[in-house]
Design a protein. Structure first.
Ligand SMILES: Cc1cc2nc3c(=O)[nH]c(=O)nc-3n(C[C@H](O)[C@H](O)[C@H](O)COP(=O)(O)OP(=O)(O)OC[C@H]3O[C@@H](n4cnc5c(N)ncnc54)[C@H](O)[C@@H]3O)c2cc1C
Length: 299
């Protein structure tokens, strides 16, 4: 089906886009990669009267890696982010996440900012970014503000953005990425959202765990960060018993609901299995052993 008729503006800056959005009111929508918005329009689940295209904004796709922080422009595409980090052999948890999203078409068009703004509990970036306690920069009629991703995504499909506000950048502290990580997911097929996903980043002090970050996607109405896992792990070496303890605690911590992808019980067990897999991938990366696939397809 074709979308219903709409007006179209191509913004040259976030400020211009924000002004156009405000002027368009409830009937206005911004377009980033279009990978969620356009299918919804074609199905006529959304009928915006005005589309404000962010695609012409300069410098909104840049990826800046410095000693203290990694900043990613909101319009950076999944494929560009994943390929950049893979090419630099840096932070494999980021390339795992980016290059596991859907298929080449979606990865080549979809943006990190659009993924956060959509606030789908099954999206991959939110699970990773709450685990790393990242922040977003937001620009709107009231100026700019920074917000933790955890605070942006407090409910499903409803990001904490006021009228006219846009996500402009994503910032991750380098300290959150110390050590080795992995992003793993269990999916029906590549062009489908995961049934569940897990982000795990471990910082080691010698053989012992100095800090651990654990996040979940699709196992609640929002992405979940399991901060208590760090207390369970700190000062310990990675053993099968520790992995089993954290997997069991994670299974109890997540908040899955019964749906077409599986029952609550099934998803709790999937959470434990994915935590175990994430530990195995991280340990393999640490020791240089073959790590295996991070994304498993069961369809
Ligand atoms: C077949 C298919 C499979 C998919 N599988 C996965 C998957 O496995 N994992 C995954 O994580 N995602 C998946 N996705 C979603 C994909 O990653 C989308 O790219 C993402 O959800 C939306 O990003 P976008 O740039 O395309 O945004 P758009 O579709 O352009 O916009 C989405 C929404 O966000 C708003 N918006 C966009 N950018 C901003 C901004 N900067 N500030 C404020 N609001 C903004 C728009 O107005 C719109 O409401 C899949 C999508 C499809 C179609």
């Amino acid at each position: 089906m074709y979308p219903s008729r709409f007006d179209y503006v191509k913004a040259a800056s976030f400020a211009e886009a924000s002004a156009a959005l405000l002027q368009g009111g409830d009937g206005a929508k911004v377009l980033a990669g279009g990978q969620t918005l356009i299918p919804m329009m074609k199905l006529r689940l959304l009928r915006p009267e005005l589309i404000v295209d962010l695609g012409g904004i300069d410098d909104a796709r840049d990826i800046v890696v410095d000693d203290d922080v990694i900043e990613i422009g909101a319009l950076a595409r999944h494929a560009d982010i994943g390929n950049e980090f893979r090419a630099q052999n840096l932070c494999p948890i980021i390339s795992d996440c980016a290059l596991g999203i859907a298929d080449a078409q979606v990865r080549n068009m979809g943006t990190i900012g659009g993924s956060l703004a959509e606030a789908d509990p099954c999206s991959c970036w939110p699970a990773l970014l709450v685990a790393l306690d990242a922040a977003v920069l937001i620009e709107g009629p009231g100026g700019t503000r920074a917000l933790r991703v955890r605070d942006l995504l407090r409910d499903a499909y409803t990001p904490d953005l006021a009228a006219g506000e846009l996500i402009t950048r994503i910032a991750v502290e380098r300290a959150a990425l110390d050590g080795i990580g992995a992003f793993v997911a269990f999916k029906r097929a590549a062009p489908a959202y995961p049934t569940a996903s897990v982000a795990l980043q471990i910082n080691y002090d010698g053989d012992r765990i100095a800090a651990l970050r654990l996040g979940f996607g699709c196992l609640g109405l929002t992405p979940l960060a399991f901060d208590a896992a760090s207390d369970m792990a700190c000062g310990k070496t990675v053993t099968p018993a520790l992995i089993a303890d954290i997997a069991a605690a994670a299974s109890a911590f997540v908040e899955p609901i019964d749906d077409a992808k599986g029952s609550e019980t099934y998803k709790r067990s999937l959470a434990a299995g994915l935590v175990t897999r994430a530990f195995n991938v991280v340990e393999a990366r640490r020791t240089g052993a073959p790590a295996g696939e991070t994304h498993q397809y069961y369809g």
